[in-house]
Ligand binder design. Structure first.
Ligand code: SF4
Length: 353
């Protein structure tokens, strides 16, 4: 592979980084910064994406996973994130909490073929633990044992996470965002403490380098990428910031999907050495990312921070069939359930009754 790569670049530093990765050595922060200096349309960026794609497909036996996310409630969120449609001071949402029946219907919508790897239950930054635990109980009564249940909640204590674990939650999605404290009302140290609390409670940590915007520096993005890696995350991902109309940071617009693919490739290369890092995520899903190292796709229903519709499945959010179709079109051969069992991903599986 390296001989072929030399046909496209004479950059010996990049070739060395990629060759080391192909031999199982993850790039360090400095190498990640270097890989992000190349323009997304350059041959060098293409090589970075190819290497990440090859490594992640081999590591996962060319498998992908589908996650589901349900926004349990919506309110004017004290997180105040300047990129989020729910942030206090700029949101237009009317507070709403899904009833048990609505929650039941939305979760059941993910469940038709029992091929959901994991289900995220999402709240605003401030949330009521008893309401959240009730949503966990509802989810548990619907999903099969091959679907993991995860939390995507605001900053939380060790005790709250212990309660969630007791209720059947296996993992937590949590991030310290790029620009946390500057573009949000929250403190980076509280975000990191929450991730530590989740790990201390025995939960797995799913994280993401986000939200990546065009005005940010490579240094701040790479520093953010390594927060999760250094904490020992189970899965990593990248998300570009969506220019949601009305959100204050929408004025900076957004990076291209091709550039996002480069970030995905770099985060996959930086973290694939972690034994649990079989899967790498991207938000929002797109085919370029799925040939750049990503193999996690998320179906969404209810509230979504990147959408100004109160049920994202009617707008930006993808449903399960959209997800299966995108994975099929991206050449994956298997969908994995949460117990790692494999389902062959074929045209008939996706389109059949
Ligand atoms: S991103 Fe999360 S914490 Fe920030 S305003 Fe939106 S819902 Fe609140």
């Amino acid at each position: 592979m390296m001989i072929k790569m030399k046909m496209f670049t004479k950059d010996t530093r990049l070739l060395g980084i990629l060759e080391a990765a192909m031999n199982g050595v993850c790039p360090d922060k400095d190498a990640c910064r270097y890989m992000l200096t190349f323009h997304e349309a350059s041959a060098e960026a293409s090589l970075i994406r190819i290497a990440a794609n090859d490594i992640m497909r081999k590591k996962s036996d060319n498998s992908a996973i589908i996650l589901g996310q349900v926004g349990v409630d919506v309110s004017e969120c004290t997180g105040g994130c300047k990129f989020c449609t729910f942030g206090e001071g700029h949101t237009k949402f009317i507070p709403k909490r899904l009833s048990d029946e609505e929650l039941y219907a939305k979760i059941s919508g993910f469940n038709e073929k029992e091929d959901l790897y994991g289900l995220f239950l999402m709240t605003m930054h401030d949330y009521d633990l008893s309401v959240f635990l009730n949503s966990v109980n509802i989810a548990k009564s619907i999903v099969p044992s091959t679907t993991k249940i995860w939390a995507n909640v605001g900053d939380s204590s060790l005790d709250a996470f212990k309660e969630m674990k007791k209720a059947g939650v296996e993992g937590v999605y949590h991030v310290c965002r790029i620009g946390e404290g500057r573009d949000t009302n929250l403190r980076p140290e509280d975000r990191i403490k929450t991730m530590e609390n989740a790990l201390d409670a025995g939960l797995k940590l799913y994280t993401c380098c986000e939200p990546i915007g065009p005005e940010q520096t490579i240094d701040e993005i790479v520093d953010n990428m390594f927060i999760g890696i250094e904490l020992g995350c189970t899965q990593h991902a990248c998300m570009r910031r969506v220019a949601v109309p009305g959100a204050p940071l929408a004025k900076y617009r957004q990076i291209s999907e091709l550039r996002l693919g480069q970030f995905v490739a770099v985060v996959a290369l930086a973290s694939f050495g972690t034994p649990t890092m079989t899967y790498c995520g991207v938000h929002e899903p797109n085919e370029i990312a799925y040939v750049s190292g990503a193999n996690i796709i998320t179906a969404e229903a209810g509230a979504n921070p990147r959408d100004n519709k109160d049920d994202t499945s009617e707008n930006r959010g993808m449903d399960m069939e959209d997800c299966r179709t995108m994975l099929l079109e991206s050449g994956f051969q298997y969908i994995r359930r949460g117990d790692e069992s494999k389902i062959p991903l074929t045209f008939d599986y996706v389109k059949g009754e």
